[in-house]
Design a protein around this ligand. Sequence first.
Ligand code: TYM
Length: 332
Amino acid sequence: MSLKRVLSGIQPTSDSFHLGNYVGALRQWVALQEGHDAYYCIVDLHALTMETDPALMRKRTLASAAQLIALGIDPNRSTLFVQSQVAQHNQLGWIMECITGFGEASRMTQFKDKSSKNGSDSTKVGLFTYPMLQAADILLYQADLVPVGEDQRQHIELTRDLATRFNSRYGQTFQIPEGFILKAGAKINDIQEPTAKMSKSSGTSNGVIELMDTPESNTKKIKSAVTDTGREVRFDEKEKPGISNLLTIHSALSGQTISSIEKDFDGKGYGDFKSAVAEVVVEYLRPIRTRALELLEDESHLITLLSQGAAKARVVAAQTLDETYKNLGLVQ
Ligand code: TYM
């Protein structure tokens, strides 16, 4: 029996990934390497939907690769690559655009949120067609599973709809993928504004815990995290969003259940709890940051690894694209 395929992607839009990326998605990327055929993609073309600086783009793409390897993606087991190095993503992206309804695309909440914030003049057409490129990313690899955080659920649903539509019009071509979205940790919130998701684009700078930030800075941020009224350490997302978010983070990284953490802090205050969360987070991230910084010292090694990944990815992507063109009646 052949192994199930996994595909996921992350944008190289900042110098560091954050704890939401890690707990919501990247940790599952690492776990799913076991027993699966995994493809992981740094989606630089998606990042172009926002204004970008060429020097930063290069730096952040390499920093993304270094962090992914440092946190456990093994380039010998998984195919780790950069999206723009595999031209089939754009080619299948166009086909996806041609089977997506305008209304259907207009209902994507991430597009609605971002475009309403930026206004229509600075919103790029690429942001509108972004989910169709994402569908192409997934379908090119015939992925069975797509590990992502909660915020990507609607894009995965669209991908499933597009694949089903294509298969029924033009014959079986694509595997219908399933989102792999955990119940706990699929949405980590900003620690200064605990009702909004932790986000590199919209978060507050003190509310986002970065993998590459110094231990001192992350300790300081967590110790000054916003808490709630009362003084009881109890999981209650409605009444205590700040404490609940910190409990989720602690539990995800320490492996302790939420109820056992609640018990440990019975009768203690928020201050003690925040110090404990800071220690768990900082000690967890310390070796990842150190390893990523080491890897970044040898850029040419990272570039070689990524081009080897792209060569492997192209083989699968080319096969799917050929099949797609053939089924569409495009003369090759
Ligand atoms: P991106 O780059 O914004 O985020 C990468 C992954 O991190 C997850 N995530 C979170 N999870 C929990 N809590 C949070 N606060 C949080 N913030 C981010 C995201 O759900 C995601 O899994 N469109 C995608 C990139 C993409 C992709 C793909 C994903 C492009 N092509 C194909 C899967 C398959 C995005 O912008 O993720």
